[in-house]
Write a new protein. Structure first.
Length: 158
């Protein structure tokens, strides 16, 4: 027996405006489908077949992003450090990642990567690094009995 096609919903201009307003405040397509009580797949079909809906949602989301970006940029320019960092991370592809490499006369090197979330953690890491440099170097043996000089202790799980 052939499958019955699902009923196609026709959206009114008011529905399209409502969907655009919802999209402008972060409502995603799955949530819009739930709001209009259609399946997610059916919503995708509506977006493809209704250019007015697709354009209205796209324009609303773009407008919201422009407004939010302008506000964030203004706050960053006024000296808001958090806003400046966020702007640089999202728009300038800026990352706060430090790398440390621990190696010796061993068969392998261990690379440690860690992220620093804010200036305070960055300062703490710098202070710890300086303290580690001030400690006396420790000599130890690797699994082959060769002496290896290390500056700090690191645990490596195998």
């Amino acid at each position: 027996m052939p499958r019955k096609p699902a009923a196609i919903i026709v959206l009114t201009k008011d529905d399209i405006e409502r969907a655009a307003k919802m999209a402008a405040v972060g409502v995603n397509n799955d949530q819009l489908a739930d709001y209009f009580e259609v399946s997610h797949a059916h919503w995708d079909v509506l977006l493809k077949r209704t250019p007015e809906l697709r354009k209205a949602i796209k324009k609303a989301r773009s407008g919201a992003n422009v407004a939010m970006g302008a506000t964030l940029f203004q706050r960053a320019m006024r000296g808001d450090t958090a806003a400046a960092i966020f702007w640089l991370k999202t728009q300038g592809r800026w990352r706060e990642v430090s790398q440390a490499e621990v190696a010796g006369n061993t068969k392998r090197a261990v690379k440690l990567n860690y992220s620093i979330d804010d200036e305070e953690k960055k300062e703490d890491a710098t202070n710890e690094s300086e303290a580690a440099k001030e400690t006396e170097d420790e000599e130890t043996e690797d699994e082959d009995g060769d002496e290896v000089e290390i500056d700090a202790e690191y645990e490596v799980e195998e």
